[in-house]
Design a protein around this ligand. Sequence first.
Ligand code: ZN
Length: 133
Amino acid sequence: MNEKNTEALYVKFPQLYKQHLLTPEESSMHWRFQCDNGWFEIIYDISVQLQKITSIQPIEATEVKQKWGSLRYRVNMDSPEIDKLIKHAEDRARVTCEACGARSVTRYICARWRIVLCANCAKKGRDCVPEKS
Ligand SMILES: [Zn+2]
């Protein structure tokens, strides 16, 4: 994710994303948001929702990344409410172009990486072919 979007999330949700200040051994958030800008809105929305949850200890994201074309969002605790929010975000990411945020249901393999893209971004991409289902 680019600098501008990353900083926007840090500024708006300092508690949730404070682990970016930790070392790589302490938290995967050290590596920041490991996905492209098309998923910014999804991450922003789940951040808003997580912030509304009142819990005994503060909620902190421990890992946010794209893996095998899917969004992985992890926090330092779990509850049915949190699990539901994360599942919803992951479901949205499944049909959202990771590059531009457009709705897309096609996954592509681009230079051997599996990624959700819209047809336009796939055309611009590095040797992208639709994934065979
Ligand atoms: Zn796109």
